[in-house]
Design a protein around this ligand. Sequence first.
Ligand code: PNS
Length: 172
Amino acid sequence: MNPPRDKSVTAIYPGSFDPVTNGHLDLIARGANIFDKLIVAVARNLDKDPLFDVKERTEMLEAVTFDWENVEVDVFDGLLMDYARAKGARAILRGIRAVSDYEYELQMALMNRKIEPQIETVFMMPAEAYSYLSSRLVKELARLGGPVKCLVPPIVDERLRAKVSQKQTRSH
Ligand code: PNS
């Protein structure tokens, strides 16, 4: 028989969040609805060079998740599964937008399962309206002066504008 365990379920929603988009927020809302506690975990060390540093990414996430009592924002280093274990999490939440996300996500989920079989990866789909949305495209749009207002929360829109104009001033 399995040992008795805490019935409340903590899930980790890990990512780069460079920056958080309306698609991420949609997933946070869905996750907060089914898990007792959702920790949005910002990866400190990324292979890619982030536009926003970890403090900025965290600040924006804290501002936009303020109203959810069961959502917490944190930063993690190293292996995701070590962090998830330390937090007592039972699930990893990841979003799948389109078939193109599937292969990478499957690979990551299976590798994470190999590392820690007790923690499940749970995939959720954001609303169709966000199926084309990514932080990478948002950054590209912002850099080229395209409309990002309807794709990100207002605080991210402001920070993106400030960041882009700061970069442009520096390069002149
Ligand atoms: O938003 P992203 O960039 O798709 O998030 C990817 C992230 C940060 C969740 C992933 O790269 C990760 O978990 N990094 C932590 C290091 C780790 O555990 N790597 C092994 C994954 S199988």
